[in-house]
Design a protein around this ligand. Structure first.
Ligand code: FAD
Ligand code: DLZ
Ligand code: SF4
Length: 509
């Protein structure tokens, strides 16, 4: 019995269930596909990263003597999708079964579920074992709750993994040290270190040339390219983070600084998401730094919470609520995506910084995604689908299972609070407190009307007014509405007038 085993671009792990019990007659199939590279216009660096990591992984499988067919981009002009390449393979040889591990995007799961009817042989879809919780585990937990609270899920995952646990009690005396993770950086702070960089080898250079020729019209700087593209190098990057950045990660997790894309973040999400790093092993390595005394509890707990808490929770939400989740638009946000999300050309310094960093690195850290580009899109009522597609395209770590709940749910509140208890919104004052972006901006974060008013500040008050019917009854919005109630009718009318002007003139602000 010969099996055709399909490995996707984010399944580059040797323990992926697809490879279980591979026999001599089986064929492992991998392909660089036009449909996958263009269903949104991915950042050039993201495509190069995935193709190069795929080619390196394929070489490792060949070295392990697996029978492998790797189809490079444009090698089979008529085969643009996974269904095409499987049909192509079945035309050449006979197989009794197709095997794949469940993909990270609903559209592909749908494609694989329907594949059997198109090819006439069984298609087995294995559960992805690279997460700490199974989908069933999340679904059971979620079904028994009236409200999904990440913190409760996180505590369950701490108990399940034993990470930072002393028996049944959390090490350090608290489950969560988030309050110690909100320091801003002094304006003249010099970030002492950047993520470990890797020089492109021959394979990566070939991929860079391919991407340069084929995806010239996609966003972003292709070079310099310094990502790890093998599991061995990704582990080196993790080790380097633990030694150099982790001790400061907790304190400055929410800080932003002009010209500094990474601050003390790990910059490993793209490695974990495509399979080059294992999430549990990553957390164990970070936990060891605490026990060795080389990193404080607020850093180590904060980091582990992001992975076993947020990352697992986000994944659970995606599969629990899809496909309906993608259609949600609680606040009826439908304004077109401003051109500056692609170009970075806007007078709003914080947005320009965040987007230019994104263009350069296919990366920006969580607070920039949430409180700069996400916050603005939410306040300005930008079309949900358009902004989700933007996030899916521009970040090297973006696959729909993780991008969608973070964007639609956490940043845009379009799920009406399934994922978060209230919208993550702020005036420019929050950005002023957490960064030095406002120092060199022509807008004034404290002003809500007038020519120099910060658009975040104007749009914040307007957002509260515009969405009052849906948000005022939320107890966690009570303080915001108490503050709104302090404004008189004339102030409110002026804010609304200025907000209308900002939306109409959005490409010129
Ligand atoms: P660190 O800050 O060093 O955190 C450590 C690790 O924790 C990350 O590598 C990541 O694996 C995990 N993590 C942290 N926060 C989250 C989270 N909210 N959800 C899932 N994992 C998390 N993350 C993605 O991996 N892919 C995405 O497409 C993505 N889209 C996002 C969109 C928006 C609007 C927002 C607000 C967040 C998004 N995130 C996404 C989550 C988070 O911003 C990134 O995981 C993080 O910035 C990656 O950088 P890092 O590796 O330096 O993370
Ligand atoms: C994102 C991406 C890109 C750009 N290219 C490929 C590809 O050529 N071949 C492939 O197998 N996967 C690619 N991917 C990842 C998929 O689009 C998809 O997001 C994930 O496989 C979902 O789990
Ligand atoms: Fe951003 Fe407003 Fe600060 Fe300018 S003033 S950087 S637009 S928050």
């Amino acid at each position: 019995m010969a099996v055709l085993r399909l490995i996707l671009g984010d399944q580059l792990s040797h323990n992926i269930p697809t490879l279980n019990d591979t026999k001599e007659d089986d064929l492992v199939l991998m392909a660089e596909l036009r449909d996958e590279a263009t269903y949104v216009k991915h950042h050039k660096k993201k495509i190069a990263f995935i193709f190069s990591a795929m080619r390196h992984f394929a070489d490792e499988l060949k070295a392990a003597k697996l029978n492998l067919r790797y189809i490079q981009f444009n090698e089979l002009q008529d085969c643009t999708s996974f269904t095409d390449i499987i049909k192509n393979e079945l035309n050449k040889s006979t197989y009794d079964e197709v095997v794949v591990t469940e993909p990270g995007e609903y559209r592909l799961l749908d494609e694989f579920i329907n594949l059997e009817g198109k090819i006439g042989i069984p298609v087995s879809i294995y559960e992805d074992n690279r997460f700490i919780a199974t989908e069933d585990e999340f679904n059971q937990w979620a079904s028994s709750k009236s409200k999904l609270i990440m913190e409760n899920w996180y505590r369950m995952m701490r108990k399940k993994t034993g990470l930072l646990m002393d028996g049944n009690k959390p090490i350090g005396g608290d489950w969560n040290f988030d309050k110690q993770n909100r320091k801003s950086l002094k304006k003249d702070h010099k970030v002492s270190t950047t993520p470990l960089e890797f020089k492109p080898d021959k394979i990566t250079r070939q991929v860079l040339s391919l991407v340069n020729n084929e995806f010239d019209d996609h966003l972003g700087d292709l070079e310099p390219f310094s990502f790890a593209v093998t599991s061995a190098d990704a582990r080196k990057a993790l080790k380097y983070f633990i030694q150099h950045q982790l001790p400061y990660f907790g304190d400055y997790q929410d800080a932003m600084l002009s010209g500094e894309a990474f601050i003390y973040h790990s910059v490993i999400s793209h490695y974990i998401n495509c399979g080059l790093l294992d999430p549990l092993e990553t957390c164990k390595a970070v936990e060891k730094a605490y026990h060795d005394g080389s990193a404080p509890i607020n850093a180590v707990e904060g980091f582990i919470r992001q992975i076993i808490g947020w990352r697992e929770f986000i994944r659970g939400v995606y599969w629990h609520y899809m496909p309906d989740y993608k259609e949600m638009n609680f606040l009826n946000a439908r304004n077109p995506l401003p051109e500056f999300y692609w170009t970075g050309r806007t007078k709003m310094n914080c947005i320009s910084e965040a987007i230019n960093m994104t263009r350069r690195h296919a990366y920006s850290h969580h607070i920039q995604r949430l409180m700069v580009t996400g916050n603005f899109a939410n306040l300005a009522g930008i079309d949900i689908q358009a902004i989700c597609d933007w996030y899916l395209a521009v970040y090297a770590d973006a696959y729909e299972w993780v991008e969608l709940p973070n964007t639609l749910g956490m940043a845009l509140y379009a799920d009406g609070g399934l994922l978060g208890t209230k919208p993550y919104i702020s005036t420019g004052k929050y950005i002023k407190r957490m960064s030095n972006f406002c120092d060199s901006c022509q807008y004034d974060p404290d002003a809500s009307t007038g020519e120099s008013a910060c658009p975040f500040t104007t749009l914040y008050w307007n957002y509260l007014i515009r969405n009052e019917k849906k948000l005022r009854t939320n107890p966690r919005m009570a303080l915001s509405y108490r503050n709104l109630d302090r404004l008189n009718a004339t102030d409110k009318a002026e804010i609304q007038r200025h907000a209308d002007f900002l939306i109409t003139e959005i490409d010129n602000i």
